[in-house]
Design a protein around this ligand. Sequence first.
Ligand code: RNT
Ligand code: ZN
Length: 415
Amino acid sequence: MTTGSYEAAKSQFADWGVDTEATLAQLATIPISVHCWQGDDVVGFEKQTGTSGGGIQATGNHPGRARTPDELRADLDFAYAHIPGTHRLNLHACYMDTEETPDRDEIEYHHFTSWVDWAKDLGIGLDFNPTFFAHAKADDNLTLSHPDQGIRDFWIEHGRRTREIAARMGEKLGSAAVNNIWVPDGYKDIPVDRLKERLRLEASLDAILATPFDKSQMLDAVESKLFGIGVEACTIGSHEFYLGYAIRKGTVLCLDMGHFHPTENVADKLSSVSLSVDEILLHVSRPMRWDSDHVILLNDDILAMAQELVFGDLLGRTHIGLDWFDATISRTAAWVIGTRNMQKALCRALLMPQQPLKAAEEALDFTTRLLLTEELKDLPFSAVWAEFCRRMDVPVGAALISDLNAYQASVASRG
Ligand code: RNT
Ligand code: ZN
């Protein structure tokens, strides 16, 4: 039984020519790839390594960090049960689940089968990432572009293996796994031969990507960055580097919202890059002064991102992934709040009457365009979102808060 407020909202949107039932149906088909690393502060489950490094850092010491794959899966089960719809898990290679101690160049599919079994039971897809940080061979903040051939070869082998593992995950789950390459490579201070480094990164990527895979099983993505802590002067894998690389090699291009200058509008990039690459991967995030990876809010940046995806008809070729890690609040709440915000932004974008907005713009009637964008902010989006949650059997408001608090209390005693 629908609620009165939903029925009222439905008719209000209908007045604008918007079908809320179509919105609800479409929203249910948009998977978000939830990042495993929010659950444990990007530590992972290798037996021999320590902190993340590579210029990325989770800050905070809130109780409840998942210490084992079972704890992380339990936390994810809880999070998914509070996020409407069916989603995906974005797994990093350092989250292997095994009693063995393979080095990064020795990882195999069987080190990840528990994740695949779990995903199959839940009915979700997996995405994957090689882990080029938190390792002795990455301590110089150079991996695929390292001057030492032996170090490059080590990381090339790691990258190759992740593609094989991702392809098997995709095959087993019947849904292509996006395997996203991000390397921390860069310099704290000003280099004198940027080209040499970039040539080495390109050659290493070519070696990793040499074997073709069926796109129904695995998709290669590459992720650029502007700078990281300790890598202030130069990032080898810059935006221009990877934009060109993705176009020339036909890979997916990953745009992380924290990987640009703080005043750049990352949403504005979607339409442009969509002309040159077939598919886009997003790392939706919230940088604050730097790539700080705060939990995303339902703010203008996220709304703009969702609106570009919807108005530009890009949902069919964009993989929506998330990338933040806040250790100062409940980690499960951080997943639930942020993922729901991405969905809320998509819900709002889908509910926007595109026709009158686009018509005003085409007619150069910028007054009407502005009037519309501002008047439309008063539409009852929240009633449609609440209806979506009701149909998907997940709580909103006070019930959501009480579930999140109860779960956090249940994990707070973890050491
Ligand atoms: C780092 C990149 C990268 C990582 C994850 C853990 O700046 O954003 O995507 O956050 O691989
Ligand atoms: Zn990222």
